[in-house]
Design a protein around this ligand. Sequence first.
Ligand code: URA
Length: 240
Amino acid sequence: MDESFSNLDRNKLQTELLHAVKGLKGQVINQNSLSVGMDWKKMPQEIKKVKTDSKNKEEQLTKICREMADCQLCQLAKTRHNLVFGDGNPHAQIVFVGEAPGADEDEQGLPFVGRAGQLLTDIIVKGMKLERKEVYICNILKCRPPGNRNPLPDEISKCEPFLKKQLQIISPKIICALGTFAAQTLLKTDIPISALRGRFHSYEGIKLMPTYHPAYLLRNPSAKKPVWEDVQMIMKETQP
Ligand code: URA
């Protein structure tokens, strides 16, 4: 190794390489979760028939994901490592919409994979008795605001049309808006989350339940009770 290559340079290079590898991993995960590259022609005829609709939803989501892969519509493009499009079942009955990716999500290209994500996973798996892959999870913003600052109005207005299309395609029975930003953005209101939660609203004809954000629950465990009440109302609504 070149003697003039200092430890500082080496550390910097290692960090950059680590980021690049994690970024690539995120992109591969994103493609896999959308079934990009799946060979549909090889499927037996009968399965193909049943899967036609499924293919459409996946394909439509993949199309938007590709369209926005190199999105430069707002300043967040300059600082993101990965765009976090969304993850889960294109046929989900329930879609969870959060605020924006944090550091872990930005690194992995997947929504809700950090501490707040673990709590959301617990709500889904332990509370709702569902698997994470049965629901769909996305955010108002697809890119991380630096330092986890609040999303800016310009960023929301540039990103929202993609979310709108995403929700149109999935067309779930229920949307669960996690936290103030998701609830206020989708419902076009500035009413506080404490007054919005606990009852269904309507988003483009889809029932929407606002509830507290999992990150808020980490700071305020006493808010778990009202969230559980909201989640139970969602579960009742999605029972056959
Ligand atoms: N918080 C969010 O709102 N979304 C994520 O994906 C992660 C944390």
